[in-house]
Structures are given as structure tokens and as C-alpha cells.
Design a protein around this ligand. Structure first.
Ligand SMILES: [Fe+2]
Ligand SMILES: [Fe+2]
Length: 151
């Protein structure tokens, strides 16, 4: 049983943005599997880096979509992103400085709960607006080799 189960019916109707969410769920599951498999710090840190980096990338993409399509609730939505980005930043910093190589179950559950709540809450709230911009695609490239060095 995966840590998070993705439901394809959930989405905002913009392919690039929906694909991001699916990928974030996959990354969290991959991290969880690696923890269960007893992976070492190097492996776990690189999976965490990718997840943090991709999440930031996804936030930027969504915010760009909102800005370009004039989504009226963009500011409130961005505040949620900012809060999560701040939590991630602090959590990862603590993790890096800790002697424990494995992120705690509390951290994993917070990640999962936040993502579900955000996807089912604010992200769904913008769906009626974004569905009118179905074909929108972001020009922002994501480099999977890049790590979240800002943290
Ligand atoms: Fe999102
Ligand atoms: Fe969002």
C-alpha cells in the first residue's frame, strides 16, 4: 500500500499543473519506500532535496498560471504556498543538522496532510477558474539534477 494514493479525478484541469501534483505524490511515496527499505542518509537527502525543489517549482508554476490568467484568489493561495515553503525550509534545515538520517513519521505525515488538504482545498477552489485555461503550459524548466541548495 503506497503512503499516498493519487486519484486521477482530482485536478484543476490544466495538464502541466495536474501532472506536477501526481509527481509530488510519487516523490513522497518514493521517499517513504526508501525509508522503509532502510536507505542511507545520502539517498534520503537526495530524495528530500528533489521533493523540496519540485514543490517550490510547482508553487511557482501555479502562481504564474494565476498571474497570467487573473485568478482573483491568488494572494490567499500564495500565502498557503509561502507557509508550506517556510515549513519545508525550517524542517529541512533541522533535518540536515540532525544526526538522524531518517525524516520522522511526523514530518512525513505533515507533508502528506498538507498536500492532501491543499490539493482538495485551495487547489480545487481554483479549478473552475483554471479549467477555462486548459491548454496553459508553463515555460519554467525543471532540472531534476538540481538540488534545493537554497536550503
Ligand atoms: Fe498545487
Ligand atoms: Fe497550490
Amino acid at each position: 500500500m503506497p503512503f499516498m494514493v493519487w486519484n486521477d479525478r482530482i485536478g484543476v484541469g490544466v495538464e502541466a499543473v495536474d501532472a506536477d501534483r501526481k509527481k509530488m505524490v510519487e516523490m513522497i511515496n518514493e521517499l517513504y519506500e526508501a525509508i522503509l527499505a532502510g536507505s542511507g542518509r545520502k539517498k534520503l537527502d537526495s530524495l528530500l532535496d528533489r521533493l523540496v525543489d519540485y514543490t517550490r517549482y510547482h508553487f511557482v508554476r501555479e502562481e504564474e498560471l494565476f498571474a497570467r490568467t487573473g485568478y482573483p484568489d491568488a494572494a490567499a493561495h500564495k500565502r498557503e504556498h509561502d507557509e508550506m515553503a517556510e515549513w519545508m525550509k525550517n524542517t529541512w534545515r533541522r533535518h540536515r543538522n540532525s544526526s538522524m538520517p531518517v525524516p520522522s513519521l511526523e514530518v512525513m505525515n505533515t507533508l502528506k496532510d498538507w498536500l492532501f488538504n491543499h490539493i482538495l482545498g485551495s487547489d480545487q477552489k481554483c479549478a473552475p477558474h483554471t479549467k477555462a485555461h486548459r491548454g496553459w503550459g508553463s515555460q519554467i524548466p525543471w532540472d531534476p539534477e538540481r538540488t534545493a541548495t537554497v536550503y
